[in-house]
Design a protein around this ligand. Structure first.
Ligand SMILES: [Cu+2]
Length: 137
């Protein structure tokens, strides 16, 4: 026999599972000139905001990730070969800076590595696009 609170937890997780199948938010773009820029991310249970970022190849981005929730989370970003590029613990109610360099064009996925969090929607992507011809100096 499950207690009422257990049932509530299961129900809210099901709702999160259904609604949290993270659709991408409007894209946040970092221009070619803004390599080294600080991009602020908010981590909540269970999402990142923004979760859809676009940068140019070769950019280095400093993610300032603020965990506004009361739970510990994590930020893991992988390259296109699914290898971990960077990962950092996100303690509750703290902000953490992490810098990531995006060498090659493609889609880099990021997520929270706590059990089930990414399936609840705690994930996102960085789209790395090619530099235009003649722009690089
Ligand atoms: Cu998490």
């Amino acid at each position: 026999m499950k207690t009422m609170s257990e049932v509530l937890v299961i129900c809210s997780m099901l709702v999160l599972l259904l609604t949290g199948c993270a659709s991408l938010q409007p894209q946040v773009s970092v221009s070619e000139k803004e390599s080294g820029k600080v991009v602020e991310l908010k981590a909540e249970s269970f999402k990142f905001e923004p979760n859809n970022i676009r940068v140019f190849e070769g950019a280095m981005i400093i993610f300032r990730i603020e965990n506004s929730s009361g739970s510990a989370h994590n930020f893991t970003i992988i390259n296109r070969q699914k290898q971990i590029l960077k990962e950092v613990a996100l303690p509750a109610k703290e902000a953490v800076d992490i810098n990531v360099s995006f060498a090659d064009p493609g889609v880099y996925e990021f997520f929270c590595d706590k059990p089930l969090h990414s399936s609840f929607g705690m994930k996102g992507q960085v789209e790395v696009i090619k530099r235009g011809p003649g722009i690089s100096k």
